[in-house]
Design a protein. Structure first.
Length: 155
C-alpha cells in the first residue's frame, strides 16, 4: 500500500547532487530498528499510528513521496509527484529474545524479517521509502531507501 502526504504538496523536479548521483550509490539499503512498547499505546494500532504520522511527515518531507527519474546523461532527479511511500504491515514469527541481549548488527535471519514487494527493489521509478511495521513483543520498522536519496534528503 502507498502512504501519500496528508495534504497537497508541490510538484517539482529536484536534482540530486553530483556527489550523491554516482553509479556506485544506486542501490537500496535496508535498516532494521527495534522500538520498545510504550504503555501509552495500549489500545492503539501501531501500524495505524505509524501510517498517520508518516502521511503527515510527507507533507514536509515531500521529496520522499516522489520517484527518482533519469534525465540527460543519466543525471538523477527526484520527481516530487506525491505518489507515496510503500507501507507494509507484517507479522514477525520471531521473538526479540531470539536476537540475544544486544540488539545490534548482525541480526540472525534479518533477511527473513523483511517482506519483499515485487517491483520495489529498483531505484529508478520506484518508491523512495519502504516502511514495514511488524508486531512481535515490540514494534520493528524496516525502512528501505536508495542510499543516494538518504544522503540527499535525510529526514
Amino acid at each position: 500500500m502507498l502512504v501519500t502526504p496528508s495534504r497537497p504538496t508541490p510538484y517539482e523536479i529536484k536534482p540530486v547532487s553530483d556527489i550523491d548521483d554516482q553509479e556506485s550509490l544506486r542501490f537500496q539499503m535496508s535498516v532494521i530498528e527495534f522500538y520498545g512498547k510504550d504503555p501509552k499505546m495500549d489500545g492503539r494500532d501501531p501500524a495505524r499510528v505509524v501510517w498517520d504520522a508518516l502521511s503527515e511527515s510527507l507533507v514536509y518531507y515531500y521529496p520522499y513521496a516522489g520517484r527518482l527519474v533519469e534525465g540527460e546523461k543519466r543525471k538523477l532527479s527526484v520527481e516530487c509527484s506525491g505518489e507515496g511511500v510503500l507501507f507494509v504491515e507484517g507479522d514477525a514469527d520471531v521473538s526479540l529474545e531470539e536476537f540475544g541481549d544486544a540488539l545490534h548488527p548482525p541480526f540472525p535471519c534479518w533477511e527473513r524479517l523483511l517482506i519483499h514487494v515485487p517491483g520495489s527493489d529498483g531505484v529508478i521509478g520506484c518508491p523512495l521509502l519502504f516502511i514495514q511495521v511488524d508486531q512481535c513483543s515490540k514494534i520493528r520498522l524496516g525502512p528501505t531507501t536508495p542510499i543516494l536519496v538518504e544522503a540527499s534528503y535525510s529526514v
